[in-house]
Ligand binder design. Structure first.
Ligand SMILES: [Zn+2]
Ligand SMILES: [Zn+2]
Length: 568
C-alpha cells in the first residue's frame, strides 16, 4: 500500500528545484514571454566577499514575489543578476589578509598585486550566494550577471561621468576628513570609532574686533590651532544676540550665554542674529589672507547655545560643517597646515610645529595682542589613531565632487514620480535627504575602484575621458588587453592639445556607490551597445532593498537618473 500523509517540505522543495533545473524552467518561462510587454526589475548588487545572511533572504523573497506575480500577470520580467565588486570594504578585507594597514604598505606590496587580490576576493563566496539563491527559489539569472569590475561596465560609468563633466557639474574642491598626520592616511568612520579617548584641553574665548573698532565678537573654540585658519564667524539667524559693556569692553554674543562673562556687565542692545550678517571684522592673525571674501559674519542654523557664545569660529579647512557653509557663502579657503600635521612656512612663528603642540604658544600670541578673553579646561572625547595613538586632525584634502546642490529642485521634483512603499519614506527619510542634499564627494584616494577618468596637464588643462575610443583618439597607445583598473590606467598618457605636454590621470578612484547607481545603463554597456534594451528598460518599474539603502543605492540611482537622463 502506498504511504500517504508523510509530508516533508524539504524533500518536496528539493524535488521541485530539481525539476526546474532539469527543465530550465526559469529561462523557459522568459522565452515564453518574449513578445509580452516588459516589466522592468533591477537587482541591487550584493558583494560576494562576505557570506550571505538571513537579511539577504528576506530581501530576495520580496524581489521574487513581485517579479513572479508580474510574470504570471502576463509580463516579460527579465531578472539579470548583479555583483558590486569595488570599494574600500573590499580593500580593507585584503589588507587584513595581508596583515598590512596603510597606503604606504599597499604601495610597497604593489598596486597590481594588491588589486589582483581584491579582484579574487570579491567572488570568494559566489558559490554560497548561488546555493542560497537557488535553495530559496529566487529566480534570477546568475549565469549572465552584470559585474561592476568589467571593462564594459566601467566604460559606461566613464561615459556618464563625461556627461556630468560636460554639464559643468564635476568640480574639484576640498573634503574634510579625519586624518592621521603620522600614518599619512585618512581614517574611515569605522576606524575612527575605535580610537576615542577622554582628554582635557584648553578651550578659549577670543575677541574678534569689528571693522569699525567699536566692539568685539566673542567666540569660543576647543581647538586653538584652528584659529590660524579662521575666515568667518557664524551666528544663528533667529537667536537673540546682545551688545554688552563688560567692565569697559564692548562685546557681542548670544543672550542665552551671558553667564560665561567674567565680572559685571550691562546690556546695551538686543537684536536677532540675522542683523549681524555681512559685518566684517579684523582677523586675529595675518597669516591666512587668501584672495576673496573672508573675515565676515555669516548665518547658520547649526549654531547652538549649549556651549560657547553663539558665535562660531569658522575655519573651512578644518571642519565639514565649516567647509560647507563657507562654500555656500562664497568664503575663500586657506590651509596653513601641511600633511604631516605641522604648520606651514607662512605661519612664521609656528612653522614646522605640530598643531596639537602649539596651543600654549598660540594662547601667548593671542594674549600679546589682547585678544584672549579667557581660557577654561575642557574635557571631551577626542579621536586618536588606532594604529599609532596620534591625535587625529580634521583635515581638508582635495577631492572631486558632483554638484548635487545645483540639481536639488529636480531631485525633489523627480521624487514625486516615485511610488514608495511604505509611503512615508517618500517625503520622510528620502525626501528630507533630498531637501538637504550636499554635493557628492566622488573621489577616493584609493586603489580598487573605477578610476576617475580625468587627465590633467601641467599647463592646467583638464579633460574628462568618456570612452576607450576617446583615449585612442587623444593619442594614447593602448595594450591589446586593456584593463581599465589601476595601475594599468595610470600608465596611459595623453598629449595636451593646448601646450603639447603630457597629460596624466589624477590618481583617484570613485565612490563605489556611483558604480552601483549606474546599473540601469552600465549593465547594458550603454550607450556603446544595446541602446534598444536600455531605452525600453529605463526607468525601472520595480526595485526592492532594505531600508538602509534609502540613502545608499536608492539615492545613487535617483541622483544619476536625474543628472543623466532628464531632458531639461
Ligand atoms: Zn596613525
Ligand atoms: Zn598642457
Amino acid at each position: 500500500m502506498k504511504e500517504v500523509g508523510e509530508y516533508s517540505p524539504n524533500q518536496l522543495e528539493e524535488r521541485i528545484l530539481e525539476y526546474w533545473k532539469e527543465n530550465d524552467t526559469f529561462l523557459e518561462s522568459l522565452r515564453r514571454r518574449k513578445d509580452a510587454p516588459p516589466f522592468i526589475f533591477v537587482e541591487g548588487p550584493p558583494t560576494a566577499n562576505g557570506l550571505p545572511g538571513v537579511h539577504h533572504i528576506l530581501a530576495r523573497a520580496m524581489k521574487d514575489t513581485f517579479c513572479r506575480y508580474k510574470h504570471m500577470s502576463g509580463y516579460l520580467v527579465k531578472r539579470k543578476g548583479g555583483w558590486d565588486t569595488h570599494g574600500l570594504p573590499v580593500e580593507l578585507e585584503v589588507e587584513k589578509e595581508l596583515n598590512i594597514n596603510s597606503k604606504r604598505e599597499i604601495e610597497e606590496y604593489g598596486i597590481e598585486r594588491f588589486n589582483q587580490k581584491c579582484k579574487e576576493s570579491v567572488f570568494r563566496y559566489e558559490k554560497e550566494w548561488r546555493a542560497m539563491t537557488e535553495r530559496m527559489a529566487f529566480w534570477i539569472d546568475m549565469d549572465d550577471p552584470y559585474v561592476t569590475l568589467k571593462n564594459e561596465y566601467m566604460e559606461s560609468v566613464w561615459w556618464s561621468l563625461k556627461q556630468i563633466w560636460n554639464k559643468g557639474l564635476l568640480y574639484k574642491g576640498h573634503k574634510i576628513i579625519p586624518y592621521c598626520p603620522r600614518c599619512g592616511t585618512a581614517l574611515s568612520t569605522h576606524e575612527m570609532a575605535q580610537g576615542y579617548q577622554t582628554v582635557t584641553e584648553p578651550s578659549v574665548y577670543v575677541k574678534f574686533m569689528t571693522e569699525d573698532k567699536s566692539a568685539y565678537f566673542l567666540a569660543w573654540t576647543t581647538t586653538p590651532w584652528t584659529l590660524l585658519a579662521n575666515l568667518a564667524l557664524t551666528v544663528h539667524p533667529d537667536y537673540t544676540y546682545v551688545k554688552v559693556n563688560n567692565e569697559g569692553t564692548i562685546l557681542i554674543l548670544v543672550k542665552d550665554r551671558l553667564d560665561i562673562l567674567e565680572g559685571d556687565y550691562t546690556i546695551l542692545e538686543e537684536f536677532p542674529g540675522r542683523t549681524l550678517e555681512g559685518m566684517k571684522y579684523y582677523p586675529l592673525f595675518d597669516y591666512c589672507n587668501p584672495e576673496g571674501k573672508r573675515h565676515v559674519v555669516i548665518l547658520g542654523d547649526f549654531v547652538t547655545t549649549d556651549e560657547g557664545t553663539g558665535i562660531v569660529h569658522t575655519a573651512p579647512a578644518f571642519g565639514e560643517e565649516d567647509y560647507v557653509i563657507c562654500r555656500e557663502n562664497d568664503i575663500a579657503f586657506c590651509q596653513p597646515v601641511k600633511e604631516d600635521g605641522c604648520f606651514s612656512d607662512e605661519v612664521t612663528p609656528l612653522a614646522g610645529m605640530f598643531v596639537k603642540d602649539a596651543d600654549e604658544k598660540i594662547l601667548e600670541m593671542l594674549d600679546d595682542r589682547r585678544l584672549l578673553y579667557k581660557t577654561e579646561p575642557y574635557t571631551h572625547e577626542y579621536p586618536f589613531c588606532w594604529r599609532c595613538d596620534t591625535p587625529l586632525l580634521y583635515y581638508a584634502r582635495e577631492s572631486w565632487f558632483i554638484e548635487m546642490t545645483k540639481v536639488r529642485d529636480r531631485l525633489v521634483q523627480n521624487n514625486e514620480n516615485v511610488n514608495w512603499t511604505p509611503s512615508h519614506i517618500k517625503h520622510g527619510r528620502f525626501g528630507n535627504f533630498l531637501e538637504n542634499v550636499r554635493d557628492w564627494a566622488l573621489s577616493r584616494e584609493r586603489y580598487w575602484g573605477t578610476p576617475l577618468p580625468i587627465w590633467v596637464c601641467e599647463c592646467g588643462l583638464k579633460e574628462c575621458i568618456g570612452s576607450v575610443q576617446e583615449l585612442e583618439e587623444k593619442g594614447a597607445i593602448l595594450p591589446e588587453h586593456l584593463d581599465l583598473h589601476r595601475p594599468y590606467v595610470d600608465d596611459i598618457l595623453l598629449k595636451c592639445p593646448e601646450c603639447g605636454g603630457t597629460m596624466k590621470r589624477v590618481p583617484d578612484v570613485i565612490d563605489c556607490w556611483y558604480d552601483s547607481g549606474s546599473a540601469p545603463f552600465a549593465q547594458w554597456h550603454y550607450p556603446f551597445e544595446d541602446q534598444d534594451v536600455f531605452s525600453y528598460s529605463f526607468p525601472a518599474d520595480f526595485i526592492s532593498e532594505g531600508l538602509d539603502q534609502t540613502r545608499g543605492w536608492f539615492y545613487s540611482l535617483h541622483a544619476l537618473g536625474t543628472l543623466l537622463f532628464e531632458t531639461e
